[in-house]
Design a protein around this ligand. Structure first.
Ligand code: ATP
Length: 271
């Protein structure tokens, strides 16, 4: 009990490529640069360039942060360590810190590689800001993360990618140079972005002629990539239910209404 290491996947093959990601071109361009570093680090070291050790992806849920991290590992063909920040949140003092140490030990033995920490705010919250003041376990875990990030040198090939939708609650120490010093905002897609994402997710779906992806993109402001993927999947499930061989406008409209209902519902819970 308690001594178990954090559960993380370590896969060189995430199966996700940059072609599977649309609508967030700026973030993609930044990541393409990291891939090029992982492939040919000499080109950067030759001219004295430092590649960031830590990249923080900031944006609302479902916008493709995890996809981006998976795509760099896959495109650069390097191991991908995927862990959720909540894996480090433990009751007993020292366990979270030990898991961080273990993760970075593995990563540094397998360079170059990507360490992806989703929901980094779970460990990276500002110290002393927990419920009831200080929280020794969480502070120790965060301190360990800071130590690990300071411990490996630039251009050694461990790139830590963190993701959060709460950059405002992160401890400022995490954002200092040499840690997560590069922030990339991954926002909700605009109309053209939504069209691009719909095209990606329509690839393996037989759409009837009356379905226009442009019209769907026009009707879905505020939808995230995950919402759009979900929309087409719902439409496909409805088409099966109605025993159709193709997805028609009817199923698409029904799916849009359901998801708009869902989004409105969750927005109401928030307020
Ligand atoms: P969270 O903050 O909830 O972890 P996230 O930003 O990491 O969200 P992802 O897990 O990357 O979101 O996205 C969830 C799913 O939504 C993806 O597997 C994909 O199917 C779809 N998706 C999200 N964004 C995009 C995008 N930009 N292009 C294509 N598909 C997307």
């Amino acid at each position: 009990l308690g001594k178990s290491p954090a559960r993380y996947d370590q896969r060189p093959e995430t199966g996700i490529s940059f072609d599977d990601i649309a609508g967030i071109d700026e973030a993609k361009a930044e990541f393409e640069e990291i891939v090029s570093f992982l492939r040919e680090p000499e080109r950067y070291t030759l001219v004295g360039a430092k590649i960031p050790k830590g990249v923080l992806l900031v944006g609302p849920p479902g916008t493709g942060k995890t996809l981006l991290a998976k795509a760099i590992a896959n495109e650069a063909n390097v191991p991908f360590y995927n862990v959720a920040g909540s894996e480090f949140v433990e009751m007993f003092i020292g366990i979270g810190a030990a898991r961080i140490r273990d993760l970075f030990k593995k990563a540094s033995e397998n360079t170059p590689c990507i360490v992806f920490i989703d929901e980094i705010d779970a460990v990276g919250r500002e110290r002393g800001a927990g419920i009831g003041g200080g929280n020794d376990e969480r502070e120790q875990t965060l301190n360990q993360l800071l130590t690990e990030m300071d411990g490996f040198k630039e251009n050694k090939g461990v790139i830590v990618v963190g993701a959060t939708n709460r950059v405002d609650i992160l401890d400022s120490a995490l954002l200092r140079p040499g840690r997560f010093d590069r922030q990339i905002t991954v926002g909700l897609p605009d109309r053209l972005g939504r069209l691009g994402i719909l095209k990606v997710h329509a690839r393996n779906k037989p759409l009837a002629e009356d379905v226009s992806l442009v019209q769907i993109a026009n009707r879905t402001p505020g939808f995230s990539g995950a919402d759009l993927a979900n929309l087409l999947n719902e439409a496909a499930i409805l088409a099966t239910r109605y025993k159709k061989n193709t997805i028609t406008k009817n199923e698409v409209n029904e799916a849009v209404d359901r998801i708009i209902g869902g989004i409105a519902g969750s927005a109401m819970e928030d307020t």
